[in-house]
Design a binder for this molecule. Structure first.
Ligand SMILES: *Cc1c(COP(=O)(O)O)cnc(C)c1O
Length: 384
């Protein structure tokens, strides 16, 4: 029963690095030779290039996606006594940032088809204390922004997009990170545009907000040693900016390759007769999914995970525990059953490899392994 399978990694950063190696080393050398590591021309150029690439007026490079969320909340003056409505189903930083500025994350359930925040649940969660709405464009698919923006506009509440997984994603002709007051991006290495370490970006179309984020990024300081706001050190390293500038021009092609892989999975799962047994990611009309993750839903997820692990097929669960069931958010007073769609997604979904350089043979290997597991309960030594 133990057919030997060639392992398939969830992500292969070497494959992306190899053809760019010399250009990246040249860019890093340029920064080393300049000995300018903090701010400077690499940061200025990166901000201009990424604002154009994303389709926004301005972009501020910061230290991480987490810090992008934090500084965006700070720029809006959100703090103790305030509420921010967000999804219960995302990477921790979304709710973590809200909590860190002293505000209360008001969690709501997801749409079970897209896994993104449910706009009706957002409307129901608004109170007089709501100071922002923070949708997440999970896995690279934009949240259903039109109804969310309508709710926000009607009440004069800003929207902060957590676009950490969604660079290049589009919703009805508008870019992720360009629909709300601000967009927050991450260049964590596993994101579609990854740095060689931590980095992030805040985008906006409002010059005053850009000014405020830039001020907060450097301890609210302008000029040197005169502090107008209590900010932080949220700067992006020049070395990271230099690496990102080499990679950014390739992003569109990398995204297209991910989208082709997604299409191929749909074909391969259909050929394997699995379309009835696996729920694949959706791309609603008018949307452009960038597939930072390719997340499928299966009834016996944990069994599939054990099977894929045994075969060396990369996989991950994003995310096993929604925010409302995390120990650190116990004080929010939630319990199991509060957000059933998110809980079910946390129990039934699993990400499989989708990175740009993934070959069709590797995809066949992944699909074959899933077919074997679903066809044979208890295979690979696990008990059903
Ligand atoms: C990656 C990610 C973040 C945080 O980004 P870092 O750069 O790792 O700090 C925030 N939100 C979401 C949805 C993410 O996927």
């Amino acid at each position: 029963m133990s057919a030997t399978t060639t392992p398939v990694p969830l992500l292969d950063l070497h494959a992306q690095y190899a053809p760019l190696r010399q250009q990246i080393l040249d860019a890093v050398t340029r920064v080393c030779d300049s000995q300018r590591f903090i701010m400077g021309p690499e940061i200025d150029a990166l901000e201009h290039e990424l604002a154009a690439l994303i389709g926004v007026q301005d972009a501020v490079a910061v230290s991480s996606g987490t810090d992008a969320l934090l500084v965006a909340l700070m720029a809006l003056g959100i703090g103790p006594g305030d509420e921010v409505v967000t999804t219960t189903y995302s990477f921790f930083a979304t709710a973590g940032a809200i909590t860190r500025v002293g505000a209360r994350p008001v969690l709501v359930d997801i749409d079970p088809v897209t896994y993104n925040i449910d706009p009706e649940a957002v409307a129901a969660a608004i109170t007089p204390r709501t100071k922002a709405i923070m949708p997440v464009h999970l896995y690279g698919l934009c949240a259903d922004m039109d109804p969310i923006l309508r709710i926000a506009e009607a009440r004069g509440i800003p929207v902060i997009e957590d676009a950490a997984q969604a660079i290049g994603s589009q919703y009805r002709g508008r870019p992720a990170g360009g629909m709300g007051a601000m967009g927050c991006f991450s260049f964590f290495p596993s994101k579609n545009l990854g740095a060689f370490g931590d980095a992030g970006l805040v985008t906006m179309n409002e010059p005053e907000l850009a000014k405020r984020v830039r001020l907060l990024r450097m301890h609210g300081m302008e000029p040197k040693y005169y502090h107008h706001l209590v900010g932080g050190n949220f700067r992006c390293d020049a070395l990271q900016a230099a690496v990102l500038r080499v990679k950014a021009p390739h992003l569109a092609a990398w995204t297209e390759a991910r989208r082709l892989n997604a299409k191929r999975y749909a074909q391969l799962f259909a050929e394997a007769g699995l379309r009835e047994r696996i729920v694949l990611p959706v791309q609603p009309d008018g949307q452009y999914h960038i597939y930072n993750q390719f997340v499928i839903r299966v009834p016996h997820r944990d069994e599939l995970k054990r099977f894929l692990d045994a075969r060396g097929i990369g996989n991950e669960i994003y995310y096993p525990v929604p925010f409302h069931l995390q120990p650190c958010f116990a004080s929010l007073g939630h319990s199991r059953g509060d957000f059933p769609h998110a809980e079910k997604a946390a129990d039934q979904t699993i990400a499989i490899p989708i990175y740009s350089e993934l070959s069709i043979d590797q995809q066949r290997t992944v699909v074959q392994a899933i077919a074997e597991c679903l066809g044979q309960p208890g295979a690979s030594g696990t008990t059903a």
